[in-house]
Design a protein around this ligand. Structure first.
Ligand code: PHE
Length: 371
């Protein structure tokens, strides 16, 4: 794991009251608090007045919690070290807040929201960053609740309440006239599974994944299978904040530039980001031959190196060419790196030095042959 991503741990953007991520979190909390005491939203028989809220659970979790306990199959791509940051064989930086579903249920929680930073190896562009924030929601029903609702089983009640609640959440965040639609989805931990999309600036945008929890997860957490059912959802806070506050680049959430930070205040859901002048970008290409007799260097590997060296100066990494040499059979790859600071103007000399270090790290760390 590179130090670059380690350095982000503990930043806790979602608990800084004036930070856009925390503002969205609080708006969602307020919605669920109101819903919990509204019998029209939460099924009759719900004996609890509020969702428990957790936003300080540590992001380093056992791989079993991140994957096995939520039934992620052994061969699922998300388990690959190309996608998930492993601390060691048995420990990861959580790649989703679903990593806390089982332990929270085991601790006796029956209706809860978990917010936290999650980590994924990924590409570099204006909407991807190796750390972002998710909120997980879970709520368990007992048999008496679906019987009281006159429904044949717990799945029917969970699905009905879940969809109603999340449509209400979309209206709460995007306004009462927001258009939404449900799309069938697949997640290992829920069945049936859905994604909620919101029509935003003329385009359908996915805002969350959700579904009825797999009974086996409830059973393994000590609940009596068949006597309970539950729903779960997970949503990404950056995506919501970027839309609602019109924030154009995900790196801005990490900026300490007062021109950014001073634009937001606790409770200020109506703020719109006012862009300040951008400094010019600087583009650099790097071409290399893939290592022979070793797995190819992936785009995520490439981005990891660039992030490790350039940090937040890297704005985008784009694959611009890939070919296989017809005679030697060697594979060549070329990426274009866009460098841009959000705080200052970059000098040629500085970027040339950064680019040299990126090249060095590719050659020494990943074993490619630079061209
Ligand atoms: N963990 C899923 C993700 O990160 C979201 C999700 C949570 C979906 C809970 C269904 C239920 O994409």
């Amino acid at each position: 794991m590179t130090d670059a991503v380690f350095d982000k741990m503990g930043a806790s953007l979602h608990t800084r009251p004036d930070h856009p991520i925390a503002i969205i979190k609080e708006a969602i909390y307020a919605y669920f608090d109101a819903a919990a005491s509204d019998p029209a939203r939460l099924a009759a028989g719900h004996g609890r007045s509020a969702f428990s809220k957790f936003d300080a659970l540590h992001p380093v979790v056992p791989a079993t919690a991140n994957f096995d306990e939520v039934l992620v199959p052994a061969d699922h791509v998300s388990r690959s070290p190309n996608d998930t940051y492993y601390v060691d064989d048995a420990t990861v930086l959580r790649c989703h807040t679903s990593a806390h579903q089982s332990s929270s249920l085991r601790a006796g929680e029956r209706a809860f929201l978990v917010t936290g930073d999650v980590y994924r190896r990924d590409s570099i562009d204006c909407s991807h960053y190796p750390v972002f924030h998710q909120m997980e929601g879970v709520r368990v029903f007992e048999k008496s609740e679906w019987e009281a609702a006159g429904l044949p089983d717990g799945t029917a009640l969970a699905e009905r309440e879940l969809k109603g609640l999340l449509e209400g959440l979309a209206a709460h965040l995007f306004g009462p006239s927001a258009e939404t639609r449900w799309v069938d989805a697949y997640f290992p931990f829920t069945h049936p599974s859905f994604e909620l999309e919101v029509l935003f600036n003329g385009e359908w945008m996915e805002v969350l994944g959700c579904g009825v929890m797999q009974p086996a997860i409830l059973g393994a957490a000590g609940l009596e299978e068949g006597a309970v059912s539950a729903w779960a959802f997970g949503l990404g806070l950056e995506r919501l904040a970027m839309c609602l506050f019109q924030i154009p680049d995900i790196r801005l959430f990490w900026s300490s530039d007062p021109r950014f930070t001073k634009q937001f205040r606790a409770g200020g859901m109506g703020s719109r980001f006012k862009p300040y002048s951008k400094f010019p970008p600087c583009f650099k290409d790097v071409s290399f031959w893939q290592p022979e007799g070793k797995p190819a260097v992936s785009e995520n590997d490439m981005c990891e190196v660039v992030r490790g060296v350039a940090g937040d100066l890297a704005e985008a990494v784009t694959l611009i060419d890939a070919f296989t040499h017809p005679k030697t059979g060697r594979a060549s790859t070329c990426y274009r790196i866009a460098y841009r600071s959000m705080e200052r103007s970059l000098e040629d000399e500085e970027i040339n030095a950064v680019q040299e270090r990126v090249r060095g790290a590719l050659a020494d760390g990943l074993g490619v042959e630079l061209r």
